[in-house]
Ligand binder design. Structure first.
Ligand code: WT7
Length: 661
């Protein structure tokens, strides 16, 4: 069951009427021109074929554009062959641009590395040879569990170079989350590090890999490659574990890329769905690379002298498309920063913008709101005049944060691109085009040229301007997922069954009077906390896996800083029911369960609040009415509870909570 978008956000956004037309100086130099929309509208497939030929180098040119005969699994450019790592690295070196800086790396402790495209080529070739020497080859899966390092980019590209699919697992995920992903992907190699720097201290990673590999379903793994980052003491399994630097040192710097079909798997990235089991989103090579490069070029207006910085971690799709494949395929110069924004001080990001002369910055609303909270005197202490374009991604950006971003970070001139997309879409789908679109604070606005999106009602009819409903994608696009790893049925059920033949994104949206699209948040059981996707069901199953919990219900409650916050309602088992009857007891239970969730899934999934309740509100069919719990979590009057099996439950919950306060 899905619920309608919540009324409050609709109201809030309906009153937003400001618009910022592009400055003429920006428009005059912009990569994007309004004619791009006309070209794509006149011949959508021809338009994509042109992008694929212009932005990507093919080993064997393709002759077919889209094959939709096995819908909803698309095949794009299927008879072409190419290599993603060759596109991201070698071709720039071959074009005489080997000395160009690919990556300005800044470690959290302040260590730096400047990596040119020629350096990257040598490292990727070495790593590819090292992987081959460990028996990894085309068609295999490699799990990457690393902090934000140059080696992380090299590891991903080395996989692409040999035709092995990588599956990056965010370093903040627990050993168990890592184990289930290794098992589901049947990976043969894990690439990790001894640790990384987080908030001024080394934080170990390798122990989680050891623990994951001691668990069920991981015997496919033959080796673990370990990057030495922190130098901390590291347990070692001889024969299985190999230092990255040892493996690379002895490897040759020449490696012939493996030319793969356009539809060869490039990566699997796990993301939360509406059930407890994460989905392995599968992306392939040719279409993905085309749309990653196209969007990066036009949405970010990339020029030769730009210094680009996307603050995302490679553990998320944003890091895949807008740290690795998009920018490198376009030959960009970018900044990669290992650590947290407030280490050693709250001006670290702005210090980096000044230091490297960053001209394009791509980050998330939650980070912007955090900086707002810290105060504008912090960015004001740095020279941010190099910034000429700002991007936002991950969740709806509230107009207030948008205006602050524009004024304080963008000097009131830099256009903001609010980019809507998903792990599943692979690349940006809805966004203003800088220099063309008059931007509106809080709206992602228009499908990009070549993309077909709409807002529909329950019966799949497009809503009129001014109306609200569900966001759908009505035509296949090059970077679309090709399925859920090993589960075609789940792919069809999740995305293609809500409305026949069109892709259901899971987001609520409205169209304003100009027909521009405003995203209103998820309409399914998926939460968005600081731009990270979390499943209510996944956290509920983590909670009930603890001995003292009988039942759990999780909701995403609005939160000023993180967009949504995880709030859990739990019923304790009979023999433990008394434990939460005192404030100290309730606090201890809350702490214990929060730590348990961190251990089961990862610290990002820790509930902000856990409320012990005597009952949960359920319909007659047994479905938990999260809407009512959200009312409680957001301190609202509880809404219509007439469909509950037992209508007194909400009073019981409210009474218990106010007594406990
Ligand atoms: C969900 C996808 C896309 C990379 C980061 C998140 C929300 C994303 C926006 C935006 C409003 C947004 C949606 C979407 N979302 N960007 N600009 N405005 N909402 O990827 O983890 O796959 O999450 O993030 O709810 O469905 P993801």
């Amino acid at each position: 069951m899905t619920t309608k978008p919540e009324a409050p956000s609709l109201e809030n956004l309906l009153h937003e009427t400001r618009a910022f037309p592009p400055a003429s100086a920006f428009a005059a130099q912009a990569n994007a021109q309004a004619s791009l929309y006309d070209e794509a509208a006149a011949d959508r497939l021809g338009f994509w074929a042109t992008q694929a030929r212009e932005l990507v180098s093919w080993h064997t040119p393709f002759t077919q554009t889209l094959d939709w005969s096995d819908a909803p699994v698309a095949r794009w450019f299927a008879d072409g062959t190419l290599n993603a790592a060759y596109n991201a690295v070698d071709r720039h070196v071959e074009a005489g641009r080997g000395d160009r800086v690919a990556i300005h790396f800044e470690g959290e402790p302040g260590d730096t590395r400047t990596v040119t495209y020629a350096d990257l080529q040598r490292d990727v070739a070495r790593a590819a040879n090292a992987l081959n020497a460990l028996g990894v080859s085309k068609g295999d899966r490699v799990v990457i569990y690393l902090p934000m390092l140059v080696e992380s980019v090299v590891a991903m590209l080395a996989c692409a170079r040999i035709g092995a699919a990588h599956s990056v697992v965010f370093g903040g995920f627990s050993a168990d989350a890592l184990r289930s992903r290794i098992a589901d992907a049947e990976a043969t190699l894990v690439i990790t590090a001894d640790g990384g720097y987080r908030r001024g201290a080394p934080s170990a990673l390798k122990p989680a890999v050891d623990e994951a590999l001691a668990g069920e379903g991981t015997d496919t793994v033959r080796h673990v490659l370990v990057v030495r980052r922190t130098g901390q003491e590291t347990a070692w399994t001889p024969g299985r574990d190999i230092w990255w630097h040892d493996a690379l040192e002895s490897a040759d710097t020449f490696h012939e890329p493996v030319w793969v079909d356009a539809e060869h798997p490039l990566f699997i990235l796990y993301t939360s769905g509406t059930t407890g089991k994460p989905k392995g989103i599968l992306h392939t090579t040719g279409g993905y690379l085309t749309q990653a490069a196209y969007t990066h070029r036009y949405v970010f207006d990339l020029k030769d002298d730009d210094v680009y910085w996307c603050t995302a971690d490679i553990g998320w799709v944003t890091g895949h498309s807008y740290v690795v494949y998009g920018p490198l395929t376009n030959g960009a110069t970018q900044v990669i920063y290992e650590g947290t924004p407030d280490t050693p001080h709250r001006g670290r990001w702005w210090e980096l913008v000044e230091k490297y002369g960053v001209s394009i910055l791509y980050t998330a609303p939650t980070a912007i709101r955090t900086c707002m909270k810290w105060g504008e005197d912090i960015p004001a202490a740095f020279d941010l005049s190099s910034l000429r374009l700002l991007g936002s991604v991950g969740e709806p950006i509230n107009p207030e944060a948008w205006m602050w971003y524009r004024r304080v970070i963008g000097g009131d001139t830099a256009p903001i691109v609010d980019t809507w997309w998903q792990t599943e879409t692979g690349a940006i789908m809805i966004s203003p085009l800088p220099g063309v679109t008059a931007t509106k604070p809080g709206s992602a606005q228009v499908p990009l040229p070549g993309i077909a999106a709409d807002v529909v009602d329950d019966e799949a009819h497009p809503v009129p301007d001014g109306g609200g409903g569900y966001l759908v994608l009505t035509e296949p696009w090059p970077a679309m997922l090709r399925g859920i790893w090993g589960d075609r049925q789940r792919y069809e059920d999740t995305y293609w069954s809500r409305f026949r033949g069109i892709y259901f994104a899971g987001d609520g949206a409205k169209k304003d009077d100009d027909g521009d699209i405003w995203l209103l948040g998820r309409v399914d059981d998926v939460m968005n906390v600081s731009g990270h996707r979390l499943s209510t069901t996944e956290i509920e199953s983590a909670l009930v896996s603890h001995d003292i919990v009988a039942e759990a219900a999780v909701v995403g409650a609005s939160d000023d800083m993180t967009g949504q916050a995880v709030v859990a309602f739990v019923i304790l088992r009979g023999e433990h029911a008394d434990r939460a009857s005192t404030p100290e007891g309730a606090e201890a239970v809350q702490q214990e369960l929060r730590n348990h969730v961190a251990k089961e899934i990862g610290p990002i999934a820790k509930p902000k609040r856990i409320l012990v309740v005597p009952e949960l509100p359920k319909t007659r069919s047994g479905k938990i009415m999260r809407r009512l719990l959200r009312d409680v979590a957001e301190n609202r009057t509880v809404g219509d509870a007439t469909t509950l099996a037992d209508s007194s439950v909400m009073e019981l919950i409210s009474a218990g909570l106010s007594a406990g306060r």
